[in-house]
Design a protein around this ligand. Structure first.
Ligand SMILES: NC(=O)c1ccc[n+]([C@@H]2O[C@H](COP(=O)([O-])OP(=O)(O)OC[C@H]3O[C@@H](n4cnc5c(N)ncnc54)[C@H](O)[C@@H]3O)[C@@H](O)[C@H]2O)c1
Length: 258
């Protein structure tokens, strides 16, 4: 896959899945704009990429703030003639019993995970309409396909991402813009540092046994990696998937099959 001269935006590119995707896109020749709230983490990724003479820059962005995202759009318009790829990976996740789900947790989760993708898709589509071409990937989750306990806000936000993806794909397909979503199962990233402890409480497990617990119920008997996600993202961004739009692709070792 050759992404030379392609311009890509990755939100949440400073950590976990977004980091893996950013490294992989840069490796294939793309210029990667990492838009993240956390400057320190994102700058580390930019440094890894530029140290290899590949191309990347950082933009500090809160995806949940529409004004911030609009300004980012103006910045992109000024600096780049076109945006080819956009990956919405910024997100948060909290496992907690339903009656401990505060209004604040609900709003924050929705604001970042769902409204954040809506805000960013507005800019992404606007930039891609310049050339009537582009490919957008929205990170949903296995929890966007099937609800699980103690996870109401997160599940609702990730189900929402699938609706957002399908609606955009239907509206902008005629103008050459493809929009797809990915539904990963457990991918061991920094997101799981705290989440492992919360999940252990939910299942009455030792936190150190949580990952084995997941592994043992996955038909392929391993967890997914950020590289697994990055490979799928690159395929869905590339012209190799030119007839795929509006889809949510499971990436879960067979854990769920619908
Ligand atoms: N790790 C998993 O098991 C898993 C599974 C399914 C889906 N996902 C989804 O994949 C995406 C990435 O998850 P991850 O595991 O890499 O998480 P992570 O915590 O490692 O990384 C998330 C990144 O998003 C950034 N971010 C958070 N809020 C932001 C905001 N308001 N504006 C801009 N950036 C913000 C963080 O700074 C961080 O760099 C998320 O949307 C998550 O819901 C993760």
């Amino acid at each position: 896959m050759d992404f030379k001269n392609r311009i890509a935006v990755v939100t949440g590119g400073g950590s976990g899945i977004g980091k893996g995707v950013s490294l992989s896109l840069a490796e294939k020749g793309a210029m990667v704009i990492i838009a993240d709230l956390s400057e320190d983490n994102a700058m580390e990724v930019v440094d890894i990429i530029t140290d290899k003479n590949q191309k990347s820059e950082f933009y500090k962005l809160d995806v949940s703030n529409s004004k911030d995202v609009e300004k980012f759009g103006d910045y992109l318009k000024e600096k780049y003639d076109n945006i080819d790829f956009w990956v919405n990976s910024a997100g948060i996740s909290k496992i907690t019993p339903f009656f401990d789900h505060s209004e604040e947790l609900w709003d924050k989760t929705m604001d970042i995970n769902l409204k954040g993708q809506f805000n960013c898709c507005k800019v992404a589509v606007d930039r891609m309409l310049e050339n009537n071409k582009g490919s957008i990937i929205n990170l949903s989750s296995q929890s966007g396909k099937v609800g699980t306990s103690n996870y109401q806000a997160y599940c609702a936000s990730k189900f929402g991402v699938i609706g957002l993806t399908q609606s955009l794909a239907a509206e902008f397909g005629p103008q050459g813009i493809r929009v797809n979503s990915i539904a990963p199962g457990v991918i061991y990233t920094p997101m799981w540092d705290q989440q492992k402890i919360d999940y252990a409480k939910k299942r009455d497990l030792d936190p150190d046994h949580v990952m084995d617990y997941f592994k043992n119920k996955i038909p392929l008997r391993r967890l997914g990696t950020v590289e697994d996600v990055a490979q799928l993202v690159c395929f869905l961004l590339s012209d190799d998937s030119s007839y795929i739009t509006g889809q949510t692709i499971n990436l879960n070792g067979g854990d769920i099959m619908f």
